[in-house]
Design a protein around this ligand. Structure first.
Ligand code: CP
Length: 321
């Protein structure tokens, strides 16, 4: 099975079967153990990959660069504003050329209505695997690290109560790709998912339909609420995070009316006694979440961020090894 994944793109987990995702999780755990034991893992010796970023990054860039070096390869960071893309070079030409120089291309392009199309254009013209480092629709590198973290902390995922909750933020408008990826992925593992948001911040209809189908097939559930307290109540995991209004309904409006959509200690008290707080980071401290929650004993955000390294390495090993 592992060899069947060689050459496979990693653009969305929707294109990866449950069996393939299970293998990805298994390899992530193995490679994490080796990293913690300080074992050398030169599985991709002398390989080259290109990391194209249209936007800023801390976790994604560094987990990919560090991870690939630990596997014996070299990751070439490319700020797309310094590439001929800024003069209009198209995805086809960039992909055809870079794929003739190395062994994989990874890209972050979150422009709404453009990012995912860009990645697929590259995939259609690349001879090497394309990895999605976040687009307008999906953030599979984050989604798989989140799932690994949930399994590590909670063990059994079946009927675990996980709430994906919209949160107020003053910082840049965040893409929907993290909640969208989680909403589609978690029900595939039998998780009982609650999606909570103020009206206007809905995810696309097709996502909700597919999430419900995934829940039905795998013994979990998927529900939507516009009541934040309801989402916190008895939850085993809460993931309160801001996302923008893709539908444009709340596009430029003053969001201060939603300031109460914040993860506070009071809210956390409504959840299960052993609730865990997750966030893909960066978090808008003081707006999305109180410092005392993010820095408190229920927070597993640093474990979640650390797992980005191990899951990214597993994606590279399986698709490039
Ligand atoms: N969570 C995440 O993707 O972080 P960065 O934007 O820092 O890469």
């Amino acid at each position: 099975m592992r060899t069947k994944l060689r050459g496979k793109d990693f653009i969305t987990l929707r294109d990866w079967s449950k069996e393939e995702i299970d293998i990805l999780l298994e390899v992530s755990a193995e490679i994490k153990e080796k990293f913690l034991k300080k074992e050398v893992t030169p599985y991709l010796l002398y390989q080259t990959m290109f990391l194209m970023f249209f936007e800023e990054s801390t976790r994604t860039r560094n987990s990919m660069e560090a991870g690939f070096a630990q596997l014996g390869g070299h990751a070439n960071f490319l700020d797309t504003s310094k590439m001929q893309i800024s003069h209009g070079e198209v995805a086809k030409d960039t992909a055809a050329i870079l794929s003739s120089y190395g062994h994989a291309i990874a890209c972050r392009n979150c422009f709404w209505g453009i990012g995912n199309k860009y990645l697929n254009d590259m995939a259609n013209h690349s001879k090497v695997p394309i990895m999605n480092l976040q687009c307008d629709l999906y953030h599979p590198m984050q989604g798989i690290a989140d799932l690994m973290t949930i399994i590590e902390k909670k063990g059994e995922t079946k009927n675990l109560k996980v709430s994906i909750i919209w949160a107020y933020a003053t910082t840049h408008k965040k893409p929907i790709s993290v909640p969208l990826t989680q909403a589609l992925l978690f029900p595939r593992y039998g998780i009982d998912v609650t999606l909570a948001y103020p009206e206007g911040f809905e995810l696309p209809d097709w996502v909700i339909e597919e999430a419900k189908e995934n829940a039905k097939k795998n013994g979990g559930s998927f529900r939507i609420t516009h009541n934040m307290k309801e989402a916190f109540k008895d939850a085993d995991i809460v993931i309160p995070k801001n996302w923008g209004s893709w539908s444009g309904k709340k596009g430029d409006m003053d969001l201060s009316q939603f300031k109460d959509w914040k993860c506070t200690e009071e809210m956390m008290k409504l959840a299960s006694p052993d609730v865990k707080y997750m966030h893909a980071l960066p978090a808008d401290r003081g707006n999305e979440v109180e410092d005392s929650v993010l820095d408190g004993p229920q927070s597993i955000v640093y474990d979640e961020a650390e797992n980005r390294l191990h899951t990214s390495k597993a994606v590279m090993i399986l698709t490039m090894g």
